[in-house]
Write a protein that binds this ligand. Structure first.
Ligand code: URA
Length: 244
C-alpha cells in the first residue's frame, strides 16, 4: 500500500480530508517518530503513523479473485443442515480478518468470485440497483436455438423481477452424450438475482448442469487459476468495477 498521508488519516484516524491536512501542517502527525508536514507524502504498509501521539492501526484492504471450486458455499450466513466448506476457508493461510465474498455463487457454480475485507466496496457492489454485467459459461440439458437467444434478449418476467436484456451466445447445441442432448452457451446478465441463470434457462426448457462465471464488469477470471486457487488484485483493478 502506498497511500497519501491525508487519505490515511481520514480513513483510519476519523478526520475529514481537510482536517487531516490541517493536522499534518500543524505538526500533530508523525511517521516513524518524525514529524511530517506534507499531507501528500506516501505512507507504506510498514510505516508507523501517529496522530497526537496515538498510533493508527492501518488495516490494509485486500482484494482477491478466486476460482471458486464446486461444492463450496459462498453465503456469509451458515446454511442450516449444510456442512459444506465455505469459500473463506480457502484463505486461511492469508491470516486476514473479515474476508467475505462479494455477492454469491451457488454451491455447484464455479469460477470468478471476488473476496475482500473492504466492507464499503462489498456494499457498493451489492446494493440493490447496482448492476455489474456478469458472463457465465453454461452447459445445459436440452437443445438451444435462435428462439432462446431472442427470449433472453427480450427478458423474462419472474415473480421477483423482470430480467434486463441478456446476451445468449450458443457455442454448441444438441450434442448427444449417453443418449441425452446437451448444449453449451455463454450468457451475459445484468442483475444478480438468486439462481438467475438457472431460472432463465428453465424458461426455455433447459436444465443447467454446469455453470461457471468468467467475468464481472471488466474483471475476467484468470484461466491460469485452478479451482480453489486465487490471486490478489490491486485496488486499481477494481476501480473499473466501482465506476460502472
Ligand atoms: N445464476 C445462477 O443460477 N447461479 C449462480 O451461481 C449464479 C448465477
Amino acid at each position: 500500500m502506498l497511500e497519501r498521508l491525508d487519505k490515511i488519516l481520514s480513513n483510519y484516524g476519523g478526520l475529514s480530508r481537510s482536517d487531516a491536512k490541517t493536522a499534518v501542517k500543524s505538526g500533530r502527525v508523525k511517521i516513524n517518530d518524525s514529524i511530517v508536514k506534507d499531507p501528500s507524502i506516501k505512507v507504506k504498509d510498514t510505516d508507523e503513523v501517529t496522530l497526537d501521539g496515538k498510533k493508527l492501526t492501518l488495516t490494509r484492504y485486500r482484494y482477491y479473485m478466486l476460482n471458486k471450486p464446486k461444492g463450496y458455499i459462498s453465503s456469509t450466513e451458515p446454511e442450516p443442515g449444510d456442512e459444506s466448506p465455505n469459500v473463506i476457508g480457502l484463505f486461511k493461510a492469508e491470516g486476514v480478518k473479515g474476508l467475505f465474498p462479494v455477492g454469491r455463487l451457488d454451491k455447484d457454480t464455479t469460477g470468478l468470485l471476488l473476496i475482500t475485507n473492504d466492507g464499503e466496496l462489498g456494499h457498493r457492489l451489492t446494493v440493490p440497483g447496482k448492476h455489474v454485467d456478469k458472463t457465465y459459461i453454461a452447459k445445459v440439458k436440452g437443445v438451444l436455438n435462435e428462439s432462446a437467444v431472442e427470449a433472453f434478449l427480450k427478458g423474462f418476467e419472474f415473480k421477483d423481477f423482470v430480467s434486463a436484456p441478456a446476451k445468449l451466445e450458443i457455442t454448441d447445441s444438441g450434442t448427444v452424450e449417453d443418449g441425452v442432448e446437451f448444449s453449451t452457451a455463454r450468457v451475459t446478465i445484468h442483475e444478480g438475482k438468486f439462481h438467475q441463470v438457472k431460472r432463465m434457462f428453465a424458461r426455455v426448457g433447459c436444465e443447467v448442469v454446469e455453470l461457471k462465471r468468467i467475468t464481472m464488469g471488466n474483471i475476467r477470471l484468470d484461466e491460469g487459476l485452478k479451482p480453489g486457487e486465487y490471486k490478489e488484485l490491486k485496488p486499481e483493478e477494481l476501480d473499473a468495477l466501482n465506476m460502472e
